[in-house]
Design a protein around this ligand. Structure first.
Ligand code: SF4
Length: 354
């Protein structure tokens, strides 16, 4: 994780109305030279000021499409800003308003460990292993996995997403084993690796891991007709008990398109669920758990840091620039373009079958 310099009191002591007004003023000054991107898990104050709001992959695509913006200010976490830098042009600067806004899950998979683990798993398996990297990983990990190819699947870095994907493809839980990089040979025997189809890196998102099967049962006990929809970063048992699972964008689409009066318990980040509840006032929408599930990393981006970034840019200082070295960016770009292409194919298939 990188360190963020403390801000002057002018920012930290200002009230929300003044900060919002100043950000709007800077936006007007920059015009199309500035693009503010915000992830769905940000607080409303940031979302309301963004030019685009989306999940990690959608925001990467937005960054790639805004060639007129000299400055892309990314209100998300570090790996997302890296993706934006990889996909944007060389004359564009991507800035992350708070340098310590990392992702706990992406930090669980370091490129050196992933590279060593792939060699180890190939040796134990005695065959090729296809690394499948989730968008929530560093550019360096994306680059390492884009260079490889093979036959078993090594899902990195989220074990739950890997396991839920295997289940969605019709595989049983016995097709998956968890690789622990802290243990010799990942804590696995050669026999376990040979029998498995999916090897899962033991990373997880602490926000989604909070949800339990008990939350699903309690929501159903309280509201008989409630539909439960969760993010596939939730544990396998939670996804198995729910009516539906999908990415952040898919959850938003499902709840928004649902019939008036329907009831939903949603297993994902609280800021998004609360916003969804307010926007879908004709439906009953609530968080699946009994306590908030905030992404604390994402919350490091706030109005003071956003305004400080914009003020600095206006004064000619590019602060908190996220820049991926070119030799890593080339391979990371291949991995990202594969993810975007896979998403486009999935969406086209869904549209055809609906
Ligand atoms: S919600 Fe989870 S995966 Fe997303 S940025 Fe926060 S810690 Fe990372």
């Amino acid at each position: 994780m990188q360190l963020q310099m403390p801000l002057p009191p002018k920012y930290t002591e200002a009230d929300e109305d003044w900060l919002t007004e100043q950000v709007l003023h800077r936006k007007e000054q920059f015009g199309s030279a500035l693009c503010i991107l915000a992830h769905h898990y940000q607080v409303d104050a940031i979302v309301d000021l963004a030019d685009f709001v989306g999940d990690s992959l959608k925001l990467s695509q937005q960054a790639a499409s805004r060639r007129d913006a000299r400055f892309i200010v990314f209100c998300g976490v570090h790996f997302m800003a890296e993706s934006a830098d990889v996909l944007s042009g060389p004359d564009q600067a991507v800035c992350l308003p708070h340098l310590a806004a990392g992702c706990a899950m992406a930090d669980m998979a370091d490129a050196t460990d992933v590279s060593a683990a792939m060699e180890e798993v190939r040796r134990l398996a005695g065959c090729q292993v296809v690394p499948v990297t989730y968008v929530n990983s560093s550019a360096e990990v994306k680059a390492v996995t884009a260079r490889a190819g093979g036959a078993k699947v090594f899902a990195i870095p989220d074990q739950h997403l890997g396991c839920n994907t295997a289940a969605a493809m019709g595989y049983g839980d016995d097709a998956c084993v968890v690789y622990d990089p802290q243990k010799p040979e990942g804590g696995l025997t050669a026999e376990e690796v040979r029998r498995a189809t999916f090897i899962l890196w033991n990373g997880y998102c602490y926000v989604h891991q909070l949800f339990t099967p008990q939350h699903v049962r309690a929501a159903r006990a309280r509201h008989k007709d409630i539909q439960v929809i969760v993010h596939p970063e939730c544990p396998r048992e939670v996804v198995a008990l729910s009516q539906a699972s999908g990415s952040t964008e898919q959850i938003i689409q499902a709840v928004t398109a649902a019939s008036s009066g329907s009831r939903w318990a949603v297993g994902t980040e609280s800021h998004l669920v609360n916003r969804l509840a307010r926007r879908c006032g004709d439906k009953f929408v609530r968080i699946l758990s009994d306590r908030p599930s905030h992404c604390l990393m994402m919350a490091r981006i706030d109005l003071p840091h956003l305004l400080w970034t914009l003020d600095s840019l206006a004064e000619g200082r590019i602060v908190n620039r996220v820049s991926v070295p070119s030799q890593i960016a080339a391979d990371a770009k291949i991995a990202l373009e594969r993810m975007i292409a896979t998403k486009a194919v999935k969406e086209a298939t869904r549209t055809k079958t609906q």
